[in-house]
Design a protein around this ligand. Structure first.
Ligand SMILES: [Zn+2]
Length: 303
Protein backbone atom coordinates (compact mmCIF):
# COMPACT_ATOMS: atom_id res chain seq x y z
CA UNK A 1 0.00 0.00 0.00
CA UNK A 2 1.27 3.47 -0.95
CA UNK A 3 -0.09 6.79 0.32
CA UNK A 4 0.39 9.82 -1.92
CA UNK A 5 -0.28 13.20 -0.30
CA UNK A 6 -0.57 16.35 -2.36
CA UNK A 7 -0.44 19.31 0.01
CA UNK A 8 -1.57 22.67 -1.31
CA UNK A 9 -2.23 26.05 0.24
CA UNK A 10 -5.93 25.27 0.70
CA UNK A 11 -6.36 21.49 0.67
CA UNK A 12 -4.60 18.20 1.25
CA UNK A 13 -5.40 15.43 -1.22
CA UNK A 14 -4.75 12.02 0.29
CA UNK A 15 -4.79 9.10 -2.14
CA UNK A 16 -4.25 5.39 -1.45
CA UNK A 17 -2.62 3.36 -4.22
CA UNK A 18 -1.86 -0.34 -4.48
CA UNK A 19 1.73 -1.40 -5.23
CA UNK A 20 1.07 -1.12 -8.98
CA UNK A 21 -0.08 2.48 -8.51
CA UNK A 22 -3.77 1.82 -9.10
CA UNK A 23 -5.81 4.38 -7.21
CA UNK A 24 -7.95 2.78 -4.48
CA UNK A 25 -9.50 5.82 -2.84
CA UNK A 26 -8.93 9.48 -2.29
CA UNK A 27 -10.07 12.17 0.13
CA UNK A 28 -9.60 15.89 0.57
CA UNK A 29 -9.27 17.93 3.71
CA UNK A 30 -8.46 21.58 4.45
CA UNK A 31 -4.76 22.40 4.99
CA UNK A 32 -3.99 23.95 8.39
CA UNK A 33 -1.59 26.65 7.18
CA UNK A 34 -0.95 28.66 10.37
CA UNK A 35 -0.33 26.00 13.04
CA UNK A 36 2.46 23.46 12.44
CA UNK A 37 1.28 21.12 15.22
CA UNK A 38 -2.22 21.03 13.75
CA UNK A 39 -0.75 20.53 10.28
CA UNK A 40 1.26 17.48 11.42
CA UNK A 41 -1.70 16.12 13.47
CA UNK A 42 -3.93 16.30 10.36
CA UNK A 43 -1.43 14.28 8.29
CA UNK A 44 -0.91 11.72 11.07
CA UNK A 45 -4.68 11.21 11.46
CA UNK A 46 -5.16 10.65 7.71
CA UNK A 47 -2.32 8.12 7.61
CA UNK A 48 -3.37 6.25 10.75
CA UNK A 49 -6.96 5.92 9.49
CA UNK A 50 -5.71 4.47 6.21
CA UNK A 51 -3.42 2.05 8.11
CA UNK A 52 -6.48 0.82 10.05
CA UNK A 53 -8.69 0.65 6.98
CA UNK A 54 -6.19 -1.44 5.00
CA UNK A 55 -4.71 -3.25 8.02
CA UNK A 56 -1.15 -2.38 7.00
CA UNK A 57 1.55 0.25 7.31
CA UNK A 58 1.56 2.07 3.98
CA UNK A 59 4.65 3.78 2.62
CA UNK A 60 4.30 7.56 2.48
CA UNK A 61 5.17 10.15 -0.18
CA UNK A 62 4.36 13.84 0.17
CA UNK A 63 4.37 16.67 -2.35
CA UNK A 64 4.41 20.25 -1.07
CA UNK A 65 4.81 23.68 -2.61
CA UNK A 66 8.07 25.51 -1.99
CA UNK A 67 11.62 24.28 -1.65
CA UNK A 68 13.24 21.96 0.89
CA UNK A 69 16.74 23.08 1.83
CA UNK A 70 19.83 20.93 2.32
CA UNK A 71 18.98 20.45 6.01
CA UNK A 72 15.46 19.19 5.29
CA UNK A 73 13.72 22.44 6.21
CA UNK A 74 10.80 23.69 4.13
CA UNK A 75 10.44 27.15 2.66
CA UNK A 76 6.84 27.48 1.60
CA UNK A 77 4.78 30.60 0.93
CA UNK A 78 1.56 28.59 0.59
CA UNK A 79 1.92 26.63 3.83
CA UNK A 80 3.60 29.26 6.03
CA UNK A 81 3.53 27.16 9.24
CA UNK A 82 5.90 24.65 7.60
CA UNK A 83 8.56 27.25 6.79
CA UNK A 84 11.78 26.48 8.66
CA UNK A 85 10.31 23.15 9.84
CA UNK A 86 11.43 19.61 9.06
CA UNK A 87 8.24 17.96 7.81
CA UNK A 88 9.75 14.56 6.91
CA UNK A 89 11.70 14.27 10.17
CA UNK A 90 8.72 15.29 12.33
CA UNK A 91 6.39 12.81 10.61
CA UNK A 92 8.96 10.02 10.76
CA UNK A 93 9.24 10.50 14.54
CA UNK A 94 5.44 10.40 14.94
CA UNK A 95 4.71 7.51 12.57
CA UNK A 96 7.84 5.41 13.22
CA UNK A 97 8.59 5.00 9.52
CA UNK A 98 10.45 6.98 6.86
CA UNK A 99 8.55 9.57 4.84
CA UNK A 100 9.58 10.96 1.43
CA UNK A 101 8.89 14.68 0.84
CA UNK A 102 9.49 16.59 -2.39
CA UNK A 103 8.46 19.79 -4.16
CA UNK A 104 5.07 19.32 -5.81
CA UNK A 105 6.14 20.62 -9.25
CA UNK A 106 8.96 18.08 -9.38
CA UNK A 107 6.49 15.33 -8.51
CA UNK A 108 4.33 16.49 -11.42
CA UNK A 109 7.38 15.86 -13.65
CA UNK A 110 7.98 12.43 -12.08
CA UNK A 111 4.35 11.42 -12.60
CA UNK A 112 4.25 12.56 -16.23
CA UNK A 113 7.54 10.75 -16.93
CA UNK A 114 6.09 7.47 -15.62
CA UNK A 115 3.16 6.42 -17.81
CA UNK A 116 2.22 10.03 -18.59
CA UNK A 117 2.86 12.41 -21.48
CA UNK A 118 6.63 11.94 -21.05
CA UNK A 119 6.58 8.12 -21.06
CA UNK A 120 9.26 6.64 -23.29
CA UNK A 121 11.52 9.71 -23.24
CA UNK A 122 14.87 9.84 -21.47
CA UNK A 123 14.87 13.52 -20.38
CA UNK A 124 11.46 14.81 -19.32
CA UNK A 125 11.01 18.31 -17.98
CA UNK A 126 7.69 19.04 -16.23
CA UNK A 127 6.87 22.76 -16.31
CA UNK A 128 4.04 24.04 -14.16
CA UNK A 129 2.64 27.34 -15.38
CA UNK A 130 -0.22 28.47 -13.17
CA UNK A 131 -0.15 30.92 -10.28
CA UNK A 132 3.64 30.39 -10.40
CA UNK A 133 6.23 28.94 -12.78
CA UNK A 134 8.30 26.01 -11.48
CA UNK A 135 9.25 22.53 -12.54
CA UNK A 136 11.63 19.64 -12.44
CA UNK A 137 13.65 17.31 -14.61
CA UNK A 138 13.39 13.52 -14.72
CA UNK A 139 16.32 11.61 -16.24
CA UNK A 140 15.75 7.97 -17.16
CA UNK A 141 12.86 7.73 -14.71
CA UNK A 142 14.57 9.40 -11.76
CA UNK A 143 14.15 12.94 -10.50
CA UNK A 144 17.26 15.01 -11.04
CA UNK A 145 18.29 16.17 -7.58
CA UNK A 146 20.69 19.07 -7.54
CA UNK A 147 23.08 20.06 -4.74
CA UNK A 148 20.63 22.42 -3.03
CA UNK A 149 17.40 21.36 -4.67
CA UNK A 150 16.82 24.59 -6.57
CA UNK A 151 17.76 23.44 -10.08
CA UNK A 152 14.75 23.62 -12.36
CA UNK A 153 13.13 26.69 -10.81
CA UNK A 154 12.76 28.16 -14.26
CA UNK A 155 10.42 30.97 -13.20
CA UNK A 156 13.31 32.65 -11.41
CA UNK A 157 15.63 32.97 -14.36
CA UNK A 158 15.95 36.68 -15.15
CA UNK A 159 13.85 38.38 -17.79
CA UNK A 160 16.20 38.90 -20.78
CA UNK A 161 17.27 42.55 -21.13
CA UNK A 162 16.60 42.37 -24.88
CA UNK A 163 12.92 41.52 -24.31
CA UNK A 164 12.50 44.12 -21.59
CA UNK A 165 13.86 46.69 -24.03
CA UNK A 166 11.86 45.42 -26.99
CA UNK A 167 8.50 45.59 -25.20
CA UNK A 168 9.35 48.44 -22.77
CA UNK A 169 8.33 46.25 -19.83
CA UNK A 170 8.29 47.47 -16.22
CA UNK A 171 10.74 45.87 -13.78
CA UNK A 172 8.58 43.69 -11.49
CA UNK A 173 9.31 42.30 -8.04
CA UNK A 174 9.03 38.52 -7.71
CA UNK A 175 7.50 36.60 -4.80
CA UNK A 176 10.91 35.00 -4.19
CA UNK A 177 12.44 38.30 -3.08
CA UNK A 178 14.37 39.01 -6.28
CA UNK A 179 13.49 41.58 -8.94
CA UNK A 180 13.12 40.92 -12.67
CA UNK A 181 12.47 37.16 -12.51
CA UNK A 182 10.44 35.71 -15.40
CA UNK A 183 7.64 34.38 -13.17
CA UNK A 184 5.69 37.66 -12.75
CA UNK A 185 5.66 38.00 -16.57
CA UNK A 186 5.00 34.44 -17.75
CA UNK A 187 2.80 32.71 -15.11
CA UNK A 188 -1.00 33.18 -15.11
CA UNK A 189 -0.92 36.49 -13.18
CA UNK A 190 1.99 37.51 -15.46
CA UNK A 191 -0.12 37.18 -18.60
CA UNK A 192 -2.70 39.48 -16.98
CA UNK A 193 0.15 41.82 -15.84
CA UNK A 194 1.39 42.12 -19.42
CA UNK A 195 -2.04 43.03 -20.70
CA UNK A 196 -2.59 45.60 -17.93
CA UNK A 197 0.79 47.14 -18.64
CA UNK A 198 0.06 47.45 -22.35
CA UNK A 199 -3.61 48.43 -22.27
CA UNK A 200 -4.18 49.72 -18.74
CA UNK A 201 -7.00 47.24 -18.34
CA UNK A 202 -7.36 44.38 -15.82
CA UNK A 203 -8.58 41.29 -17.66
CA UNK A 204 -8.33 37.76 -16.24
CA UNK A 205 -6.75 34.95 -18.26
CA UNK A 206 -9.95 33.15 -19.41
CA UNK A 207 -11.41 36.46 -20.67
CA UNK A 208 -8.13 37.33 -22.37
CA UNK A 209 -8.07 33.95 -24.16
CA UNK A 210 -11.66 34.45 -25.24
CA UNK A 211 -10.79 37.88 -26.63
CA UNK A 212 -7.81 36.76 -28.66
CA UNK A 213 -9.79 33.85 -30.09
CA UNK A 214 -12.46 36.37 -31.16
CA UNK A 215 -9.79 38.37 -33.00
CA UNK A 216 -9.26 41.23 -30.51
CA UNK A 217 -6.02 42.92 -31.64
CA UNK A 218 -4.90 44.07 -28.18
CA UNK A 219 -5.40 40.60 -26.71
CA UNK A 220 -3.53 39.03 -29.65
CA UNK A 221 -0.61 41.45 -29.15
CA UNK A 222 -0.45 40.53 -25.43
CA UNK A 223 -0.47 36.84 -26.36
CA UNK A 224 2.41 37.33 -28.79
CA UNK A 225 4.55 39.12 -26.18
CA UNK A 226 3.74 36.43 -23.61
CA UNK A 227 4.69 33.72 -26.11
CA UNK A 228 8.00 35.46 -26.85
CA UNK A 229 8.84 35.65 -23.11
CA UNK A 230 7.79 32.04 -22.56
CA UNK A 231 9.86 31.03 -25.59
CA UNK A 232 12.88 32.69 -23.95
CA UNK A 233 12.16 30.90 -20.64
CA UNK A 234 11.97 27.49 -22.33
CA UNK A 235 15.03 28.26 -24.47
CA UNK A 236 16.92 28.79 -21.17
CA UNK A 237 15.66 25.39 -20.04
CA UNK A 238 16.73 23.86 -23.33
CA UNK A 239 20.24 25.32 -23.02
CA UNK A 240 20.48 24.10 -19.41
CA UNK A 241 18.98 20.61 -19.76
CA UNK A 242 18.22 19.95 -23.44
CA UNK A 243 15.16 17.80 -22.58
CA UNK A 244 13.44 15.52 -25.09
CA UNK A 245 10.06 16.82 -24.02
CA UNK A 246 8.56 19.55 -21.85
CA UNK A 247 5.22 18.52 -20.36
CA UNK A 248 3.16 21.53 -19.39
CA UNK A 249 1.03 21.66 -16.24
CA UNK A 250 -1.01 24.22 -14.31
CA UNK A 251 -3.77 26.53 -15.49
CA UNK A 252 -2.03 27.89 -18.61
CA UNK A 253 -1.37 24.34 -19.86
CA UNK A 254 -5.06 24.30 -20.89
CA UNK A 255 -4.44 26.99 -23.52
CA UNK A 256 -4.23 25.02 -26.78
CA UNK A 257 -2.39 27.78 -28.66
CA UNK A 258 0.70 27.04 -26.51
CA UNK A 259 1.32 23.72 -28.24
CA UNK A 260 1.03 25.28 -31.67
CA UNK A 261 3.15 28.41 -31.08
CA UNK A 262 5.72 27.55 -28.40
CA UNK A 263 8.21 25.46 -30.43
CA UNK A 264 8.81 28.31 -32.86
CA UNK A 265 8.96 30.86 -30.01
CA UNK A 266 11.64 28.72 -28.31
CA UNK A 267 13.67 28.30 -31.49
CA UNK A 268 13.78 32.08 -32.01
CA UNK A 269 15.85 32.21 -28.78
CA UNK A 270 18.14 29.27 -29.61
CA UNK A 271 21.27 29.13 -31.75
CA UNK A 272 20.49 28.43 -35.41
CA UNK A 273 20.33 24.73 -36.21
CA UNK A 274 19.00 23.61 -32.82
CA UNK A 275 15.44 22.41 -32.24
CA UNK A 276 12.91 23.06 -29.52
CA UNK A 277 11.95 20.03 -27.43
CA UNK A 278 8.48 18.52 -27.91
CA UNK A 279 5.92 20.59 -25.99
CA UNK A 280 3.05 18.42 -24.73
CA UNK A 281 -0.06 18.76 -22.56
CA UNK A 282 -0.14 16.62 -19.40
CA UNK A 283 -1.82 13.22 -19.21
CA UNK A 284 -2.57 13.24 -15.49
CA UNK A 285 -2.68 17.00 -14.86
CA UNK A 286 -3.85 17.86 -11.35
CA UNK A 287 -3.91 14.17 -10.37
CA UNK A 288 -0.12 14.11 -10.83
CA UNK A 289 0.49 15.62 -7.37
CA UNK A 290 -0.67 12.62 -5.36
CA UNK A 291 0.46 10.16 -8.04
CA UNK A 292 3.95 11.68 -8.18
CA UNK A 293 4.18 11.55 -4.37
CA UNK A 294 3.27 7.85 -4.46
CA UNK A 295 5.86 7.21 -7.19
CA UNK A 296 8.51 8.96 -5.11
CA UNK A 297 7.59 6.82 -2.09
CA UNK A 298 7.75 3.63 -4.16
CA UNK A 299 11.11 4.61 -5.70
CA UNK A 300 12.79 5.72 -2.49
CA UNK A 301 11.10 3.71 0.25
CA UNK A 302 9.67 0.65 -1.55
CA UNK A 303 11.13 -2.79 -1.12
ZN1 LIG B 1 11.83 35.00 -8.44
Amino acid sequence: MIYGLDIGGTKIEFTCFDDDLHKLDSQRTATPVDDFQKFIDTLVTLIQHADEQYACQGIIGIGMPGVIDTRGRSLSANVPCATGRKVAETLTARLKRPVAVENDCRLFALSEAHGGAGAGYSHVYGAILGTGAAGGLVVDGNLYRSRQGIAGEYGHHPLPATLREKYQLPLLNCGCGLTGCLEPYIAGPGLANLHRHRCGESVDVPALVERWRAGDKDAIATREIHMDLLGAAFANLTIAYDPDIIVMGGGLSRIEEMYRDLPQAIESHLFAGFNAPIIAPPKFGDASGARGAALLARQTLGK
